[in-house]
Design a protein around this ligand. Structure first.
Ligand SMILES: Cc1cc2nc3c(=O)[nH]c(=O)nc-3n(C[C@H](O)[C@H](O)[C@H](O)COP(=O)(O)OP(=O)(O)OC[C@H]3O[C@@H](n4cnc5c(N)ncnc54)[C@H](O)[C@@H]3O)c2cc1C
Length: 598
C-alpha cells in the first residue's frame, strides 16, 4: 500500500481557482514568484514528504517519545529527518527572508503544512510550532531579540514552543498563574508549571525557545494582566553562543491516544530560583502578541485536519480497490468484486473525498485571506480580506478537524474488521486526528468565538457578503445544465437555512447570549457545511469553463472534480437544513436537568 501521495493537482487547482493565488502573487512582496514557481515547490515538497517523511509514520507511532531522567528521546530516525527537512528548507519556507527564511505567503504554505501533517502528524508539530513562534517574534519582538533568536530558529538549529496551558488554565487562559518578577538588569524570573507543552523538551535541536505567558506581581486579573516572555532552554551569550542551562525542566511527558512521538511535556519553571525570561513588547499585552501565534496555529491545526484525513482517504481507496468481497446486486453467484463496486462503499469514499476537498478549499482560502488582509495595497480591500480571514479562522480550525475525525472514522469502516486491527495502520490516522478538535482552543471555544466575535465584525458586513456570494452561485450551478438542477436547489435551500440561523444568532445574541451560545456548535457546523458546499460548487463551475476550453491537460481530473462537487451538493448539503433547529432551539432543554441530577 502506498503510504501517501500528495494530491498536488488538486492543491494547485484550489490555489489557482479558489484561493486567489494570482492576487497574492501580484503583491509586491511576492511578485518575484509566479504561479508556476509555487506549483514547482508543491511538486518538490510532495516528493520529499512521500519519500522521506511518510514512510516513517507507523514506526514513529509504535516507538513514541520517551522521557528519560528529564530528557526526552524521540524515535531514532527523527534527527536525520529533521536535518533533511531543514536542509531542504521545508521548515522555514514562510519565515521572513531577512532572517534566512523563504518569505513565501501563507497561502503557498498551506499545502506544504497539509503534506507534512499527512506524512507524519507527530513530526509536523516541531516545524509547525517553530514556524508559529518565528512569526510571533517577527511581529512583536525588538530587533535585538529578533537578531538573537530568529536566524537559528529559521535554520532549524533551535526550535520554538508555545506555553499557555496550566493545570487550572486550559480554555480559560486568563486564569494562568505562572509568575514573572522583574530583575534589576531588565530580565524577569519566571516560576510556575505549564502542562501539555508540545516539543517542550526533545533531542532534535541544540536549544529550545519557549514563548511563555506569565503574570507580573501587580498585573490586573484575567487576560488583561498577561505578559509574554522568551525563555530559552539554554541562555544565549552576547556572541550568540550557548551559555548556562536555564531553570526550566521537563518533569514528565504524557502517554497519549495519538501523535505519540510528539512529546507533550509538563514543564517546571523556576525550581531553583527562577527561569530567566525576556519580556516581549510591553507588560500586560502578552495575550495580543500570543494571538499572532494562536491564529497561525489555528489555521495550521485546521490544515493538519485536512492532511491526516486525506491520508486516511487514500488508504481507504486502496483497500476498497483490493479487498474482494460480495457480488453486485443481481450478478451471478460466482461473481465476486472489490468492495469499491458496492454502492454503500462508494458513498463512504465520496463522502470522505468531498469533505477533504471542501475543507482543503476552505483552509487555503483562509490562508489567502490572511495574506491579502496583511499586504493588499488598497486599505479598504485590506480590511475586507482581514475580516474574511478572521471570520473563517474558527471555521477552518473547527469544521476541518471535526470533518477530519469523521473522515478517519469512515476510513476505518471501509476497512471492515481490519480497520479495528492496528496492523493495517488505518486506526492511527483516527488517533492522530482526534487531538485536532481539542487543542488550540477546543472546537466548542471556536464556535463561541465565531458567534460572539466574528459574526459581528464590521457590523455584520463580512458574513452578509459571504451569504450573498453563496446565493449568487446557485444560478451558475443551474446553468451547468443537465443533472445540476438538484444541486442548485440544494444550494439555495442550504443558504436560506444558513441565513435564517445567522439572523437568529444576531437577534438572540443580544437578547440572551446563553441562548445563542447554546446553538454555537451546530451553527459552526452549518456554516462549514454550506460554505464547503459553495467552494465545491464553485470548483464545478470553474471545471466546466476549463473543460470548454482546450488548454487543460487532464480533463478527467476536471470531470471527477465535478462529480465530487455534485455528490456533495446532492447528498451532504441537505444536512444544513437539519441543523437550523439545533441552532435556534435555545438553552431551555440544555439547562432543564440540574447539574447534580446528571
Ligand atoms: C496533545 C496535546 C498537545 C498540546 N499542546 C499544547 C501546547 O503546545 N501549548 C499549550 O499551551 N497547550 C497545549 N495543549 C493544551 C490544549 O490547548 C488544551 O488542552 C485545550 O485548550 C483545552 O483545555 P483543557 O484541556 O484544560 O480543557 P478544558 O478547558 O477543561 O475544557 C473541557 C471541555 O469544556 C469545554 N469548555 C471549557 N470552557 C468552556 C466555556 N467557557 N464555554 C463552553 N465550553 C467550555 C471545552 O470546549 C471542552 O470540551 C495541548 C494539549 C494536548 C492534549
Amino acid at each position: 500500500m502506498s503510504e501517501y501521495s500528495a494530491p498536488v493537482r488538486d492543491m494547485r487547482f484550489v490555489l489557482e481557482h479558489l484561493a486567489h493565488l494570482d492576487d497574492v502573487a501580484s503583491i509586491d512582496e511576492w511578485s518575484h514568484a509566479s504561479v508556476d514557481d509555487f506549483a514547482a515547490v508543491l511538486e518538490e515538497s510532495g516528493k520529499f514528504m512521500a519519500e522521506v517523511v511518510a514512510p516513517t509514520n507507523a514506526e514513529s507511532d509504535r516507538i513514541g517519545a520517551k522521557w528519560v531522567d528529564g530528557e526526552v528521546v524521540t524515535p531514532p530516525f527523527f534527527a536525520d529527518m529533521w536535518r533533511k527537512t531543514c536542509e531542504a528548507g521545508w521548515n522555514s519556507v514562510g519565515a521572513p527572508a531577512e532572517y534566512g527564511g523563504g518569505g513565501m505567503p501563507t497561502v503557498a504554505l498551506t499545502p506544504l503544512s497539509e503534506m507534512l501533517a499527512a506524512a507524519n502528524a507527530s513530526f509536523s508539530m516541531l516545524p509547525g510550532l517553530t514556524t508559529g513562534a518565528v512569526e510571533m517574534l517577527d511581529a512583536w519582538a525588538d530587533d535585538e531579540q529578533k537578531n538573537t533568536y530568529l536566524p537559528k530558529m529559521i535554520s532549524g538549529e533551535w526550535s520554538g514552543t508555545m506555553n499557555l496551558t496550566e493545570p487550572e488554565a486550559g480554555s480559560d487562559v486568563g486564569a494562568l498563574r505562572t509568575a514573572a518578577v522583574k530583575q534589576d538588569d531588565g530580565s524577569y524570573l519566571i516560576s510556575g508549571t505549564k502542562i501539555y507543552i508540545s516539543f517542550g523538551e526533545h533531542d532534535l535541536t541544540e536549544n529550545i525557545i519557549h514563548l511563555v505567558l506569565a503574570r507580573t506581581p501587580d498585573a490586573p486579573p484575567g487576560t488583561k494582566g498577561i505578559s509574554c516572555f522568551i525563555v530559552p532552554k539554554f541562555l544565549v551569550n552576547e556572541d550568540g553562543s550557548l551559555g548556562e542551562r536555564n531553570d526550566v525542566t521537563c518533569v514528565s511527558i504524557e502517554h497519549k491516544l495519538g501523535i505519540t512521538s510528539s512529546p507533550t511535556c509538563v514543564l517546571s519553571f523556576g525550581e531553583n530560583g527562577g527561569a530567566v525570561g525576556y519580556l516581549i513588547g510591553e507588560e500586560n499585552r502578552g495575550m495580543k502578541y500570543m494571538f499572532t501565534m494562536m491564529n497561525n496555529a489555528r489555521l495550521a491545526v485546521g490544515i493538519a485536519g485536512v492532511g491526516i484525513a486525506d491520508r486516511a482517504y487514500q488508504h481507504a481507496v486502496q483497500w476498497a480497490q483490493d479487498r474482494v468481497q460480495g457480488r453486485p446486486i443481481g450478478a451471478a453467484a460466482d461473481v465476486n468484486v472489490p468492495i469499491i463496486e458496492h454502492a454503500d462503499v462508494r458513498r463512504m469514499l465520496l463522502t470522505m473525498r468531498s469533505q477533504v476537498e471542501a475543507s482543503r478549499a476552505l483552509s487555503y482560502l483562509n490562508g489567502a485571506a490572511i495574506d491579502l488582509g496583511r499586504r493588499h495595497p488598497d486599505e479598504a480591500e485590506r480590511e475586507r480580506w482581514q475580516h474574511l480571514a478572521e471570520l473563517l479562522t474558527p471555521v477552518t480550525k473547527a469544521w476541518s478537524t471535526d470533518v477530519g475525525v469523521e473522515v478517519c472514522s469512515t476510513a476505518i469502516q471501509v476497512f471492515g474488521g481490519m480497520g479495528f486491527i492496528e496492523e493495517t495502520g488505518i486506526a492511527q490516522n483516527w488517533r492522530d486526528e482526534r487531538i485536532q478538535p481539542i487543542y488550540e482552543g477546543t472546537n466548542g471555544i471556536q464556535a463561541l468565538d465565531l458567534i460572539g466575535r466574528k459574526l459581528p465584525l464590521g457590523g455584520g458586513a463580512p458574513i452578509n457578503a459571504l451569504l450573498t456570494q453563496v446565493k449568487e452561485l446557485a444560478d451558475e450551478v443551474e446553468a451547468l445544465g443537465d443533472g445540476w438542477a438538484l444541486s442548485a436547489a440544494n444550494l439555495r435551500d442550504a443558504t436560506a437555512a444558513w441565513e435564517k440561523a445567522t439572523w437568529w444568532i444576531f437577534e438572540h445574541g443580544v437578547q440572551d447570549p446563553v441562548d445563542a451560545a447554546a446553538g454555537a456548535t451546530p451553527y459552526l457546523k452549518l456554516f462549514g457545511t454550506v460554505f464547503g458546499g459553495y467552494l465545491l460548487a464553485r470548483s464545478a463551475v470553474v471545471a466546466a469553463k476549463l473543460l470548454a476550453g482546450d488548454g487543460y491537460d487532464d480533463p478527467r481530473f476536471l470531470e471527477d472534480k465535478q462529480t465530487t462537487a455534485r455528490f456533495y451538493c446532492e447528498q451532504l448539503l441537505p444536512q444544513a437544513g437539519g441543523l437550523v433547529g439545533a441552532v435556534t432551539a435555545g438553552k431551555q432543554s440544555l439547562f432543564g436537568i440540574p447539574a447534580d441530577r446528571f
